[in-house]
Design a protein around this ligand. Structure first.
Ligand code: SAM
Length: 304
């Protein structure tokens, strides 16, 4: 993981026109890339990136994950290698808050408080008037930290999707009991052990799909196809929250866990390709913990 936010959350407007985008990036060894295209060519043998021709996949399409986005020779193998290296990293990590937060367990409380402050008004605005049964999906859930500390308090059911088996087992244990909130019962309902690039949610099940600190594991074309499939999993007035660290410019590739921290402009380019609209953004200022100056953003996104 590149870095985690360690300080207070503030509301702020953020302007980063795509035209201002500096597409250069670097990796954790200090190597510089002139563009994301160059980096992806090295990492997965792909000629396509967000700024080139990442494939658009229609809603409901099956997970492609087969490297068909203009890849050069060796693409399929390199893509598998990209994902297996990422998973291997997380398989070696202890199933604890400290583990899933890359040694920065100290950010947990601030993170949970910031998320609650971001989500509460959105829920009130969208679903406030009528009492309804709310269902969320926690993507790249790890040990269920986000669900346990926060999502389960707001949703009657939460499903978790996570590719690393020992994390998901810990989540199952952490979330084994139901929670009574007023007259309602809240519970973790389904545990899916699968990576996001291969996951297709059940149609129309979710009010909110929460994606936190895991989307950087996905290549650009898998990012796009995941969101296109995930849209179908939302109820008509459902929405996404994407909470991720943001690189100041271009991107930062972490060679340790094979993840990419993208800039705001890079994310916006991908959202455009997914047909997603940004409704609001909350910015949490971070410390420069590891490689670059990164900031933590929560994006509230929907397809309409
Ligand atoms: C930094 S941890 C964050 C966990 C959790 N979202 C949280 O905030 O506590 C990153 C998580 O992404 C998971 N992950 C790695 N590759 C993934 C993939 N391809 N799809 C979904 N999740 C992935 C890891 O196993 C790990 O649980």
């Amino acid at each position: 993981p590149t870095s985690f936010p360690c300080s207070r959350a503030t509301n702020s407007n953020f302007a980063a026109a795509a035209g201002e985008m500096d597409s250069r990036g670097f990796d954790s060894t200090g190597r510089e890339f002139s563009s994301a295209t160059e980096m992806w060519a090295q990492e997965i043998g792909a000629t396509a990136s967000a700024s080139a021709s990442a494939s658009e996949v229609p809603p409901g399409a099956a997970a492609p994950s087969n490297g068909d986005a203009g890849e050069e020779a060796g693409g399929e193998g390199k893509r598998e290698e990209w994902y297996s290296k990422g998973i291997a990293y997380w398989q070696g990590v202890e199933a604890s808050t400290e583990g899933v937060l890359g040694g920065y367990g100290c950010v947990n409380d601030a993170d949970v408080k910031g998320s609650a402050a971001f989500l509460r008004p959105l829920l009130a605005e969208r679903f406030g008037a009528v009492k309804r049964h709310l269902v969320a999906l926690d993507c790249g859930s790890g040990i269920g930290r986000v669900t346990k500390n926060f999502l389960i308090k707001h949703f009657n059911e939460v499903d978790l999707v996570e590719p690393v088996a020992h994390f998901l087992e810990a989540a199952r244990e952490n979330l084994s009991s139901c929670m009574d909130v007023g007259h309602d019962t809240h519970k973790a309902a389904n545990f899916y052990c699968i990576p996001l690039q291969d996951f297709t949610p059940e149609e129309g099940r979710y009010d909110v799909i929460w994606i936190q600190w895991c989307i950087g594991q996905l290549t650009d074309d898998d990012f796009i196809s995941f969101f296109n499939r995930a849209k179908v999993g939302l109820k008509p007035d459902g929405f996404f929250v994407l909470k991720e660290n943001i690189a100041k410019n271009g991107f930062v590739l972490d060679k340790e866990d094979n993840s990419v921290t993208r800039s705001d402009a890079y994310f916006r380019e991908l959202f455009n390709k997914c047909g997603l609209y940004i409704h609001s953004i909350k910015v949490c200022i971070s410390q420069n913990i590891k490689f670059s100056q990164t900031t933590n953003f929560s994006f509230h996104l929907s397809a309409t």
